[in-house]
Design a protein around this ligand. Structure first.
Ligand code: C2O
Ligand code: CU
Length: 507
């Protein structure tokens, strides 16, 4: 542990947090899992249009208490926007918050001016429109604010929603559960620090990694219950937390299939009993639940935020995420119900046991030999390559349509991850080893464990703009806000590894 490198990072524990007790995990009877509304667009000619309003409100995370929260078109989170590949989209965002925000479309390849990063501010009372045409495989994306220095607070209060990108030509979906909210269920997982009166505690981040709470909120619900209607259910896991890295698994250790990562379907499903997701990452899993049974989705992961407390190293946090029940028993007879109650979960030994096709998608592999440029990103402290994010500095210019090898090194003893805008990349290796199957598909965010190196292959397609930059950053939002972020443009013609000046329209 290199204390010298880290000591300056330990902020003063905010007074608010010091004088209020954090409430523990919520127990008692689970409440139904809310499913975010699936918003179909209004058509304006051939443009699919959506309207989002960022607003304040109150939520009831703990029965009998109220929590001041923020959301889109509601008090917490926002609707799921249904996008179709090749369909032009316009999203108008109105800001009814008391402060400046932006809205970024995480996972979508789109023009820099529509990206919704820190340079597309929306002042209180103003509106902003993003126009883009998604053209990439079906996937679960998400939208969230991205104002520089204030992303963590705004996401923490509840500003986030899903992008449900469909690809109508995608025959691979055949055989995969895909009825929204029925057997294809989004799970936006977040952790909160709630005070005993129910209010969100100051998230000004008492540790080097940012806020870690003991209250898990899924789709805005604490202690949620999902009652499956079918025997095979697809869950789209979205880590919408500021900091926490989850190790999702079922309490009984059952096997399930993972079918997708951030950028869409994997080439083929694989069986596993755990899924690790750092903030911003997504994974889709397919699980069998038999009639009459109850299962617990939990998270068991190494404890974080341990720098201030070395005794914590190696400790594990185990948190309940979701209670799931199997489908209703066949209606015919009580005898059948009794039989079902006794039924043990049949072992899943192959993806076919879940009705999944052997091949899900074509995922052409990038080859390191084809990379024309190599770039190095050293994550240390709150900086990348010893530089903190500056709104007025573009760090480099990448030529359009050129394969690049990005070497991302976590120099720290604490976790980081790495997210690139306007891209779906591939993991080439992790410390020289072939990526495991969950990292073998399209990714836009990747966990970089302490003191490890991940190499990525990335190509920026289509959109060039020598003026407006895209971001790359650690998606632990406290780190991002503190400066672990950089900017690049995508240009026609030769790029440049040299920084250049940028005049941001943001305040
Ligand atoms: Cu999910 Cu730059 O963000
Ligand atoms: Cu980080």
């Amino acid at each position: 542990l290199r204390a010298g490198a880290l000591l300056p990072l330990i902020p003063v524990v905010p007074a608010l947090a010091a004088c209020t007790q954090e409430a523990g995990p919520v127990e008692g009877t689970p409440r139904p899992l809310p499913i975010p509304e699936l918003l179909e667009p209004d058509m304006d000619g051939d443009v699919a249009t959506f309207t989002l309003t960022a607003q304040t409100g109150t939520s009831e995370f703990v029965p009998g208490t109220t929590t001041a929260t923020w959301g889109f078109n509601g008090a917490y989170l926002g609707p799921t926007l249904l996008l179709r590949r090749g369909q032009p989209v316009r999203v108008s965002v109105r800001n009814e918050l008391p402060e400046t925000t932006t809205v970024h479309w995480h996972g979508i390849k789109l023009p820099a001016a529509a990206d919704g990063g820190p340079h597309q501010p929306i002042e209180p009372g103003d509106s902003w429109s993003a126009e883009f045409t998604p053209d990439q495989p079906a996937m679960t994306g998400w939208y969230h604010p991205h104002p520089h220095g204030n992303t963590a607070q705004q996401v923490y209060r509840g500003l986030a929603g899903l992008l449900w990108l469909q690809d109508d030509d995608d025959a691979a979906e055949a055989g995969i559960p895909s009825e929204y909210g029925v057997d294809d269920v989004p799970l936006v997982v977040q952790d909160k620090r709630l005070a005993e009166d129910g209010e969100l505690m100051d998230a000004s981040f008492g540790t080097n990694v940012g806020v870690l709470g003991q209250t898990i909120v899924v789709n805005g619900q604490v202690n949620p219950l999902f009652e499956a209607e079918r025997e095979v259910t697809r869950f789209r896991l979205v880590n919408g937390s500021n900091t926490r890295v989850y190790g999702f698994r079922f309490a009984d250790g059952r096997t399930f299939a993972q079918i997708a990562s951030d950028g869409g379907l994997l080439a083929e499903p694989f069986l596993t009993d755990a899924v690790h997701l750092s903030p911003g990452e997504r994974a889709e899993i397919v699980v069998r639940l038999v009639p009459g049974e109850t299962a617990q989705l939990i998270s068991a992961e190494p404890r974080m935020g341990s720098v201030a407390d070395p005794d914590d190293v190696g400790a594990r946090d185990e948190l309940a995420i979701l209670t799931v029940t199997g489908p209703p028993a066949a209606a015919d007879a009580g005898a059948q119900e009794d039989a079902d109650a006794d039924r043990t979960v049949p072992a899943v030994t192959a993806p076919e046991d879940l009705g999944l096709p052997a091949v899900l998608a074509e995922v052409p592999r990038h080859r390191a030999d084809d990379a024309v440029e190599t770039r190095q990103f050293r994550l240390q402290g709150f900086q990348i390559n010893s530089r903190a994010m500056s709104m007025s500095r573009i760090d480099f210019a990448a030529p359009v349509d050129q394969l690049e090898l990005w070497q991302v090194v976590n120099m720290d003893p604490i976790p980081h991850n790495f997210h690139i805008h306007n891209a779906q990349f591939q993991v080439h290796d992790v410390d020289g080893a072939e990526p495991p199957p969950d990292l073998a598909g399209w990714k836009d965010t990747v966990y970089v464990e302490p003191q490890r190196t991940t190499r990525l292959l990335v190509r920026f397609e289509r959109y060039t703009d020598p003026e407006v930059p895209y971001m790359y950053h650690c998606h632990l939002l406290y780190h991002e806000d503190e400066g672990m972020m950089g900017q690049f443009t995508v240009v026609d013609g030769p790029g440049s590894g040299e920084p250049s000046a940028f005049e941001s329209p943001a305040p």
